[in-house]
Design a protein. Sequence first.
Lengths: 116, 114
Amino acid sequence: DGGITQSPKYLFRKEGQNVTLSCEQNLNHDAMYWYRQDPGQGLRLIYYSQIVNDFQKGDIAEGYSVSREKKESFPLTVTSAQKNPTAFYLCASSPDRGYGVFYEQYFGPGTRLTVT
Amino acid sequence: SQQGEEDPQALSIQEGENATMNCSYKTSINNLQWYRQNSGRGLVHLILIRSNEREKHSGRLRVTLDTSKKSSSLLITASRAADTASYFCATDGGSGGSNYKLTFGKGTLLTVNP
């Protein structure tokens, strides 16, 4: 998991509350990503950011929001508009290998969010 | 939509045996990657194979890629109990697509029994 921290590891919230998941990296990577993983499923991309102050929607962005004010930080807010927020959330980063080419992704340890 | 699909969904073997997992994908790619995920943890990058490569090795890992069949395989030789994990293939957007946005399959759960 080295170099990427996600906090907290476990998070519990009541339905209707917004919650922000933290993601910090000290790898000096340009690109950062948020994924959602449900039991027995692969990863689904929520948002990604190639550079500071810029981000794009992934495949399941509805009900989520992000910001990228600093290179090392990419927080994810799960809003009350997200219908099924209970899931395992993974943050990742990726180095620019030159000319805007990114390859391998480095993942944080994840945050398990439970909304009741 | 999911680009990569791993097969089998689950695999159980004895320590010392080889484990083979397969991945099929639908559209053209620039690169295909394999990742490992231990239970409840983040993913770890294992190996990347480019579309112009047919085989790549890294320690006990051997990856093959057949772009004509749109498929890849991951072979783990002389497996150990510590190899127990889920294994995912991930593909990029190919020519005309994003090179940094990956699409992951649902994974193969490998259990290595001591």
